[in-house]
Design a protein around this ligand. Structure first.
Ligand code: 5IU
Length: 258
């Protein structure tokens, strides 16, 4: 395994402002737990964010599933993020040509560029997709997360495609803050944040192709940095208590690598 480098040290190596911010936040708050809040009513999202905000480094949204979305929702979420000190990650999975993703990022109902600290990007369109974000993130300092691997069964983000995504990140280190991946590959340098979805303590998966690993396995064996937990937390009868369990498990797994 690659030698251990602490989040504090990785903050100094970070080439993207949000990567720097997130490494520092994780080190000071002592949490590498991100929560995927896939709820469809804004008040439910805000209530959950308020409950678990103290335990997390990142809250991941799918803003296009919120049935009663409005700009106040974003203001309220940002206030909770500021109060509890976490970042907002819109998992938009942009995939079109640069000119189109620029509109999708900056315009439309959601105006994602105005509020997201980080967004996800597929590489199918080729590296020039990143040019669609460059101008906007120059002012906000937001980070791009490249989808190098997926958790779902039969994912086609594998092999040479994955290698090319890592190369795409390395050639655009100013804009790219890290990767969504299932494992640390040797080519993934320490300036990048590695975030892993498909995490749950006790589940074999779901009926729609999702596959799960435990926090320990992901952080320790697969050597990534952040776990992304959705239903394992937001479907729980006591999300706060469950978030503490995931936080503790993933943080001790991180510390055990020292
Ligand atoms: N997500 C994945 N797998 C991936 C990618 C994103 O599950 O490879 I890229 C998203 C989908 C969902 C969250 O928002 O992460 C996982 O939710 P559950 O923990 O409820 O499965």
């Amino acid at each position: 395994r690659a030698p251990f480098v602490s989040f504090q040290e990785r903050a100094k190596l970070a080439t993207n402002p949000t990567a720097n911010k997130l490494f520092q936040l994780m080190a000071s708050k002592k949490t590498n737990l991100a929560v995927a809040v896939d709820l469809t009513v804004k008040q439910e999202i805000l209530d959950l964010a308020e409950k678990i905000g103290s335990e997390i480094c990142v809250l991941k949204t799918h803003v296009d599933i919120v049935q009663d979305y409005d700009q106040q929702f974003i203001k309220d979420l940002q206030a909770i993020a500021a109060k509890h000190n976490f970042l907002i990650f819109e998992d938009r999975k942009f995939a079109d040509i640069g000119n189109t993703v620029k509109y999708q990022f900056e315009n439309g109902v959601y105006e994602i560029s105005k509020w997201a600290d980080m967004v996800t990007i597929h590489g199918v369109a080729g590296p020039a997709i990143i040019d669609g974000f460059r101008e906007s993130i120059k002012t906000t300092g937001a980070g791009l997360l490249l989808l190098a691997q997926m958790s779902s069964k039969g994912s086609m983000c594998v092999g040479e495609y994955t290698n090319q995504m890592v190369e795409m990140g390395k050639s655009n280190q100013d804009a790219v803050m890290g990767f969504i991946c299932q494992e640390r590959l040797s080519a993934m340098s320490d300036n990048f944040v590695l975030m892993t979805p498909g995490v749950q303590f006790n589940s074999a998966g779901d009926s729609m192709g999702q596959q799960y690993n435990t926090p320990e396995y992901v952080i320790k064996e697969k050597n990534t940095d952040v776990i992304i937990v959705g239903r394992g937390i937001y479907k729980s009868s006591n999300p706060k208590e469950e978030a503490i369990k995931y936080r503790t498990a993933s943080w001790s797994a991180y510390e055990s690598k020292q």
